[in-house]
Design a protein around this ligand. Structure first.
Ligand SMILES: [Cu+2]
Length: 171
């Protein structure tokens, strides 16, 4: 299963591959279509902000993952943040199956979801996401650097469609 790391890396390079050909080196320039400034953390081209800095102030937001008969969801499924704010997400999986959370634009999550459908075993190592086995608890520190409406989603096959998504509004 360790080759999954390579698959995840390959997925990260998907945009770069489209723009630059089979180049193994990720480059910020591959995301040149996003002309806005992403600040210092632009190397990965995250839409919703950048990995947080634990030395700076943050707010804690708890998110619980649940599943049951025909339902999969996050609680809460809507979060508001201020532009520039850091949030430490404390995530708990209270469901019966494994879940994940990825914070990104709706468009990026859709692209990512399409990759997951081709590669269900694909693992994520992105700093804007986490995967949790049942009863697991993880923390994710994130800084929202751009105003807009973003999304947190579980891209495991079928989960998003079952309701496993939430909205993050940054003002
Ligand atoms: Cu899920």
């Amino acid at each position: 299963m360790k080759h999954a790391i390579g698959l995840a890396a390959a997925a990260l390079l998907a945009f770069a591959a489209a723009a630059l050909g089979p180049d193994r080196t990720p480059r910020a320039s591959a995301h040149g279509e996003h002309s806005g400034s992403h600040g210092g953390g632009s190397a990965h081209g995250f839409e919703a902000g950048e990995p947080g800095d634990a030395a700076k102030p943050f707010r804690i937001v708890e998110i619980v993952m649940t599943d049951g008969a025909g339902t999969m969801s996050y609680a809460p499924d809507r979060i508001e943040a201020r532009k520039g704010e850091q949030i430490k997400f404390v995530i708990r999986n209270e469901g019966q199956v494994e879940h994940e959370i990825l914070i990104d634009s709706v468009a990026n999550n859709q692209k990512h979801k399409a990759e997951m459908e081709k590669d269900p075993d694909m693992d994520h190592h992105e700093p804007n996401g986490a995967r949790l086995k049942p009863a697991a608890r993880k923390e994710l520190l994130w800084r929202f650097t751009r105003a807009g409406t973003f999304e947190f989603a579980c891209l495991l096959p079928g989960h998003y469609e079952t309701g496993m998504k939430g909205e993050i509004v940054v003002r």
